[in-house]
Design a protein around this ligand. Structure first.
Ligand SMILES: Cc1cc2nc3c(=O)[nH]c(=O)nc-3n(C[C@H](O)[C@H](O)[C@H](O)COP(=O)(O)OP(=O)(O)OC[C@H]3O[C@@H](n4cnc5c(N)ncnc54)[C@H](O)[C@@H]3O)c2cc1C
Length: 437
């Protein structure tokens, strides 16, 4: 990389708008934050670089919600409601929501169709009168002073523009806004290792009758192919599961590394470029193997998503860092604003390692404190989603429970209760309480 620089002349930048709350990023965290702020009566703008909402859930083809359910003393319960319920109901209305399915025999997940998610999210934000600015890449901030953001700068087809707001919410997944504003952050584990990215894809024209429950047999078929030397795989633990229509299956099979074996860094343009190209190459290799699985012989790749799936980049340091221990011990917090039922899911070199709270002895979900959303050093900023304040292993579980914002806590009160710790418990935990009783 060249160390040469160029001086960019100062210029006047048009102001796109003045808002009470500006949310950067339209993934699940941004959707929840924007809906919550608007519901609290705040004039709210959501800024998104793509032309649709959903974040990794649509842009990276994830197509599956994890963490909405928990294994509560051995019984499955939906523990996350709030904005998630409003979104899921809309996805269901356009026929894009699958019934929950069992994963690893221990926990439920719920698949969806990406087109339905995009439509549902548009409708949800419109219903709450959130303004949206699509095709706008956040590119920097102008500060009032060291601790307060004045405006976020966005690059659009009409050139650079500025968005003023009283409060900003960084839901970029990468903590872009917080980093520009000077909030401290971490990247990776103690050795700087991040969770590996994956290129998701979907196959169509599968024969559902012949494929049957192929997700159970595929791991063994992979072992046999490896032993015969006919195929090689970037990781164990491939996830190949049907979408709502059994002729279409999603494939989570790839793992994107640098030449030295470390994870592709989603903050580095050259890494992202090679990751996209290598991701598509790995997808084709996976496809070549999958076509040998009964029922998959006539399948084809129907979708490669707009971007590589990035699990982890910056984690902004806040008032509390949710840890892996908090997940495994099903921690509670006085300032809880939501819950997570998903286990630790560590994407390590060549494998995916799951660590669950004790089953059936534990209640199966941890709470998440409001302090996770409050960054250090910047006063009019909140952080939500996968860049919120978590340790590396806490993030591998906690990044999933992003839609649990709802009727009273955390980011839904960002404008009115900024920097207070609301005690509201808005996730539906009646079932959990019954199980605990
Ligand atoms: C391969 C893969 C598989 C996964 N599988 C699952 C799964 O099965 N189930 C599950 O629940 N979770 C899964 N996850 C995790 C899940 O996708 C994330 O937890 C979730 O998407 C994080 O939401 P977020 O809103 O914090 O960030 P993101 O989803 O990353 O959304 C960030 C949004 O901000 C936008 N943005 C970023 N920077 C800028 C900028 N500078 N300017 C403007 N816009 C910007 C992006 O375009 C995006 O829309 C998976 C993740 C990956 C990568």
């Amino acid at each position: 990389m060249s160390a040469k620089t160029i001086i960019e002349p100062a210029r006047s930048v048009p102001i796109y708008g003045e808002y009470e709350v500006a949310v950067l990023g339209g993934g699940p965290a941004g959707i929840a934050a924007a809906v919550a702020a608007a519901r609290a009566g705040r004039r709210t703008l959501l800024i998104e670089r793509y032309g649709f909402l959903g974040g990794m859930g649509t842009a990276a083809g994830v197509t599956n919600f994890c963490g909405l359910h928990a294994n509560v003393y051995g019984e499955m319960h939906r523990v996350v409601q709030g904005v998630a319920s409003e979104l899921l109901a809309r996805i269901d209305r356009v026929g894009g929501l699958s019934a929950p399915h069992l994963v690893l025999g221990k926990i439920l997940a719920q698949a969806y169709d990406t087109a339905a998610y995009k439509i549902a999210a548009d409708d949800l934000l419109a219903a709450h009168r959130v303004d949206i600015l699509f095709h706008a890449l956040g590119a920097g901030v102008v500060m009032h002073d060291e601790r307060r953001i004045n405006a976020v700068m966005v690059e659009t087809k009409a050139g650079r523009q500025a968005v003023h707001a009283e409060i900003f919410v960084d839901c970029s997944g990468d903590g872009d806004l917080a980093a520009w504003a000077g909030a401290p952050f971490e990247v990776g584990d103690a050795n700087g290792h991040m969770l590996y990215p994956s290129m998701m894809f979907r196959l169509n024209n599968i024969d559902p009758a012949r494929a049957g429950e192929a997700w159970r047999t595929i791991p063994q078929l992979m072992d046999e192919a490896l032993a015969k030397g006919t195929h090689s795989f970037p990781r164990k633990g491939a996830i190949v599961r049907p979408q709502k229509s059994g002729i279409e299956w999603r494939v989570n099979f790839t793992q994107l590394k640098r030449a030295d074996g470390s994870a592709i860094n989603g903050l580095e343009p050259d890494d992202l470029t090679s990751g996209e190209i290598d991701g598509r190459r790995q997808a084709v290799q996976a496809f070549e193997f999958l076509r040998t699985v009964p029922g998959f012989e006539k399948s084809y790749i129907v979708d490669l998503p707009p971007q590589l799936g990035i699990r982890e980049t910056r984690r902004i340091m806040g008032g509390y860092q949710l840890s892996g221990e908090d997940v495994l011990s099903c921690a509670s917090f006085a300032d809880s604003i939501g819950v997570n039922g998903w286990p630790i899911e560590d994407h390590v070199a060549g494998d995916v390692v799951f660590k669950f709270p004790s089953i059936p002895e534990s209640r199966g979900f941890n709470e998440m404190p409001y302090r996770m959303l409050v960054p250090q050093r910047v006063d009019n900023l909140l952080i939500a989603g996968r860049c919120a304040s978590m340790t590396h292993d806490g993030q591998s579980a906690g990044l999933r429970c992003l839609l649990c914002d709802g009727r009273g806590g955390g980011s839904c009160r960002i404008a009115s209760t900024f920097r207070q710790y609301p005690a509201a418990r808005h996730c539906d935990r009646e079932a959990a309480s019954r199980a605990e009783a």
